[in-house]
Design a protein around this ligand. Structure first.
Ligand code: ATP
Ligand code: MG
Length: 332
């Protein structure tokens, strides 16, 4: 049984300014599943809807964001939950931190700048589980932090006293304290330099290997996906355009957009310069008809301007939505 099934999810930002209403179609008809014991990477350039998708998956939907259509169903350890009907009480008591933890883009949001790290751990545990015995609690947190390879002194520090990499590790330590079924990490390494990045990703990988849970790793950095993810989903302008095992996505990408993302990765010793795409991603308040990628696609055909390409299966979990592939015998 999958951990999560997302079907035809549409989540839009609806705003009203000076009497003009605007609808930003940030997630538009996404269908995907997450399995237990996997690292699933969500890729795609800025503004394609990655953060919006995980806001919905984690149940942190606030106006102007609204789920328009579709379903988001989990099979948690304590039973099934449908995110479109779940109550705020259930989210607080059973789901947040315990089943789903969310390391937000910019990590600092979980760390209180005026509280030492141990106090923030205390706040989280007191809210979601209660603390019966303070001494036991301290030992538990110290053990947890030590097990993740962090120096115990971090617990006595204020967030500003730690380096960016250490803060990110602390945020991950907080996210894993209840051993959740799903850890969502949004651009966890984007602000870090490459060496520090490696340490943070290694930590995420080790935690996953140890607890066999699911990690949803969101980043525009394809090199990170190549190193960490088991499967990758590529988003473009609010839609999932391709999905497959990391091996297939990097060695045999089908969608022209994925092909562009892969070919623009730097290769050591290659001085030929990388191809760049013409144009910019579409405005999601007024996306193009047909395939949303067609205005930038080097291989666009007439049909691409009018018809949305259906997702087609190519076997072994490889799916892509592109009219060029229709002739290749994919099954819808
Ligand atoms: N609060 C908001 N109100 C209106 N539109 C929003 C809001 N938040 C995001 N958007 C729009 O929704 C679209 C998707 O944004 P989102 O933050 O999900 O993208 P992203 O893929 O996470 O980008 P990045 O890589 O820059 O983090 C963008 O067009 C963005 O401008
Ligand atoms: Mg984002």
């Amino acid at each position: 049984m999958s951990l999560l099934q997302v079907e035809n999810l549409k989540a839009y930002y609806k705003t009203e300014m000076y009497g003009i209403s605007r609808k930003v179609r940030a997630v538009d008809d996404v269908t995907m599943t997450l399995e237990a014991n996997e690292i699933y990477g969500v890729a795609g350039e800025s503004s394609c809807g990655k953060t919006t998708l995980i806001k919905v998956l984690s149940g942190t939907i606030k106006p102007p964001l609204r789920v328009e259509e579709g379903s988001v169903k989990y099979n948690f350890r304590y039973g099934p939950a449908d995110m479109s009907t779940v109550s705020e009480d259930e989210l607080r008591d059973n789901i947040r931190w315990k089943e789903i933890s969310y390391v937000m883009q910019g990590s600092m949001s979980v760390l209180n700048p005026v509280r030492k790290i141990m106090k923030t751990f205390e706040d989280i545990i007191a809210t979601h589980e209660g603390i019966k015995n303070k001494a036991d609690f301290k030992v538990r947190i110290e053990d947890h932090v030590k097990k993740l390879g962090l120096p115990p002194d971090v617990l006595k520090s204020y967030p500003h006293e730690l380096s960016g990499g250490m803060r990110q590790r602390v945020a991950i330590a907080m996210a894993t304290v209840f051993k959740p079924s799903l850890i969502i990490a949004d651009e966890p390494t984007t602000a870090l330099d490459v060496v520090v990045q490696r340490g943070v990703l290694q930590l995420l990988k080790e935690i996953q290997a140890d607890s066999k849970n699911t990690v949803l790793l969101v980043t525009h950095d394809m090199a990170v996906h190549a190193n960490v993810a088991d499967r990758v989903g590529i988003m473009y302008a609010g839609r999932l355009v391709e999905e497959g095992s990391t091996e297939v996505i990097f060695q045999n990408p089908s969608h022209p957009y994925t092909q562009h993302l892969i070919s623009s990765l730097p290769v050591i010793g290659d001085k030929t310069g990388k191809s760049s795409l013409e144009g910019t991603p579409p405005n999601l308040a007024n996306p193009p008809e047909g395939c949303r990628f067609h205005p930038r696609c080097p291989r666009a055909m007439d049909i691409c301007k009018t018809q949305v390409p259906a997702m087609q299966n190519f076997g072994a979990g490889h799916r892509a939505a592109c009219h060029l592939l229709s002739a290749q015998g994919g099954q819808q």
